[in-house]
Design a protein around this ligand. Structure first.
Ligand code: PRX
Length: 632
């Protein structure tokens, strides 16, 4: 059942939307050429195609100019960024003019530290203004930013610094969470000391989030604030080719090694702007709150590049959901009159647990568009968000996309596409999903299959940093002629898409993408463990939780579970800690030695009836042993 059209004053009507879809279908080149004009180009592109090496190949532009300078004349005094601290009375409001000045100061500091076009700058920060400013300052100089999630372990940071070849790091002394302090700087110090011969970092600039002193290494580390205060508030912007990398962002896949997804400048920014305007019905006066950390693609496209390229007002909140008080998010929406609220199903599930009375104590009537991203949302969570938070009045956009797509691909468009609770609904104009069977045949009509994308779109990633061959084998080879997303989906009789989850060995924990192989590689480094398999199983709060089966060198060792957890925390980060580690004598394998994950998943979920044909296993008896261990 679809919901009726929402009755707000939305930008697009159903017929406008059909006109866009038809135009994109009939003449994609003209359509994308038109869309590219939403940006200010130094040299306009003469073609609007994917050359295989990126979009709008002969165009030149600067992303920070598109997010800042071009707004100065028309909306220099408009608030571009609101930063809300954990404490309700601590708010910083920056106009576009302020933001421009801050970005220029940061760019000048980076340039004084030897950063120029093509250099990689790592950003490892809590939710502070310097994160957004640092990204745009890199873009101004043509340097490539590499934002590292605050939850990464030193090992994970070191791997990413080494792979990207970053020469400068922006970090913070600490992050704040109530009275608790998250040790950003010392985590970075540990990362930098792990394998120094693999690293190129020369400078570490430290944002002082609090007054707490942290160890500083002379000649390498400097406090950022005094440098910024002395810096000039103007800075020329580099002219970049449309296909020059704007950023790298590491994400997980089927291999243990994280992949540095490379996004270009002109195509990516066109996509961020196009999708932000269309999906969030961007209008003058909107206050846009995307709760994602800038360490993830959602933070790149919908905290920074989408809304700022469109001249919007973004809100950054230092705190967590329900923190420091359970109603804190609702209080933030009320006090800043947030119009557009984009968050994750995991956050919604957690907030639902606080009950309906709490949000009803706040005035949430400023909201007009609600969005979710990162994982499938249940109908129950969808309806709760729609009803209790949106008051049944708001457009609801369940947006499907991924790091590699650069921006939203499948989503309702407010006022133009009827929603169905828990469906991502229809592809945006110009996006062409297809469903395939195991053999790669395209399936028609209402069906279920592997989700691929046909043709290219401006936001598509250029490649994987240092490994174009892996880009080809991961996305383009599995189903020749189609781009493989790694997801499965169902399509109903109305052509609506329902994402069913990953079909590869990627586990989605609270919207965090974690490769099974990343966990298994971490455990392989632990001497006490001979072999392991990490499996994702449904989890009430996190969407998926991780279960590990591990074969121990000495099963009588008393602390195997603790060693396993410690190995994962050290190599990946706390966000990848499993729900349970089962110590088992062996893993179920085929005769050719392949782990049978399907069986391990069923056993972990307690689905032990109908395990299917076990005769292909090298040792069918292991199945009963595993069942006994899991059932305790
Ligand atoms: O499995 C899909 C899931 O998140 C994956 C992409 O993760 P990442 O690259 O970290 O980007 C997350 C933010 C875009 C996808 O392959 N996913 C994303 N959005 C949805 C989703 N699953 C179901 N419904 C969604 N709306």
């Amino acid at each position: 059942m679809s919901t009726p059209f929402r009755s707000g004053a939305f930008r697009l009507s159903p017929s406008d939307y059909s006109a866009l879809t038809d135009a994109a279908q009939q003449n994609p080149e003209v359509y994308w050429q038109n869309q590219s004009t939403r940006l200010d180009w130094i040299r306009s592109p003469s073609s609007a195609q994917d050359t295989g090496n990126g979009w709008f190949a002969d165009g030149t532009l600067n992303a920070s100019v598109n997010c800042l300078d071009r707004h100065l004349e028309s909306r220099g005094e408009q608030i571009g960024l609101i930063w809300q601290a954990e404490e309700a009375d601590h708010v910083v409001r920056l106009t576009y003019r302020d933001l421009h000045a801050r970005v220029c100061q940061m760019a000048n500091v980076l340039r004084d530290h030897g950063i120029s076009r093509g250099d990689r700058v790592a950003i490892h920060l809590p939710t502070v203004i310097e994160g957004v400013v640092g990204m745009l300052a890199c873009a101004r100089l043509g340097a490539i930013h590499v934002v590292l999630f605050g939850g990464f372990s030193p090992e994970a940071i070191a791997d990413r610094l080494a792979d990207s070849g970053a020469t400068l790091v922006i970090t913070a002394n600490v992050g704040r969470r109530g009275a608790k302090r998250i040790p950003f700087k010392t985590t970075m110090d540990s990362a930098l000391s792990l394998r120094p011969e693999t690293l190129s970092v020369r400078s570490v600039l430290v944002v002082s989030v609090t007054d707490e002193p942290v160890p500083m290494q002379a000649g390498r580390d400097e406090l950022l604030t005094p440098l910024l205060e002395k810096a000039e508030t103007s800075c020329p912007a580099e002219t970049m080719a449309s296909t020059d990398p704007l950023f790298l962002l590491y994400t997980s896949g089927s291999t243990g090694k994280p992949k540095g997804i490379v996004h270009g400048t002109g195509g990516y920014l066109t996509w961020a702007s196009y999708t932000h305007e269309l999906v969030f019905d961007h209008q003058k006066g909107d206050v846009f709150w995307c709760t994602a950390d800038i360490g993830w693609i959602t933070g790149h496209s919908y905290v920074v590049y989408g809304p700022l390229s469109n001249g919007g007002t973004i809100l950054l909140f230092e705190g967590m959901p329900s923190h420091p008080t359970p109603g804190r998010w609702w209080e933030v929406i009320q006090s800043h009159k947030v119009t557009t609220f984009y968050t994750s199903p995991t956050a919604i599930r957690a907030l639902m647990r606080e009950g309906n009375d709490l949000p009803r104590q706040y005035d949430l009537t400023s909201l007009r568009v609600l969005g979710t991203v990162g994982e499938p949302i249940s109908q129950e969570a969808w309806s709760w968000f729609d009803d209790v938070i949106g008051g049944g009045r708001c457009a609801f956009v369940d947006t499907w996309w991924q790091t590699e797509s650069g921006g939203i691909m499948i989503s309702p468009v407010p006022g133009a596409v009827k929603e169905k609770p828990a469906s991502a609904t229809l592809p945006l104009p110009g996006v062409h999903p297809v469903l395939l069977d195991d053999k790669g045949q395209v399936l028609d009509g209402a069906t279920e299959g592997v989700l691929c994308l046909d043709g290219s779109w401006p936001g598509r990633a250029l490649t994987i940093w240092n490994d174009d061959a892996l880009f080809q084998t991961t996305y383009l080879r599995p189903y020749p002629g189609h781009y493989f997303t790694g997801d499965g989906a169902r399509r109903d009789e109305d052509g609506y898409y329902w994402i069913t989850g990953r079909v590869d060995d990627v586990i989605n924990v609270s919207g965090h993408r974690i490769g099974s192989a990343e966990i298994e590689d971490a455990l392989a480094a632990e001497h006490a463990i001979v072999e392991s398999a990490a499996i994702g199983i449904p989890h009430d709060l996190k969407g998926q939780g991780i279960i590990v089966y591990a074969v121990a060198r000495d099963p009588s060792h008393p602390e195997l579970e603790m060693l396993a957890v410690r190995a994962i925390t050290a190599k990946v980060g706390r966000y990848a800690v499993p729900e349970k580690v089962y110590i088992v004598p062996d893993l179920p394998k085929t005769r050719s030695g392949k782990n049978v994950r399907r069986l391990m998943r069923k056993i972990a979920c307690g689905e032990t009836d109908g395990l299917g044909d076990l005769s292909t296993l090298a040792d069918p008896e292991i199945v009963d042993v595993l069942i006994r261990i899991v059932q305790g």
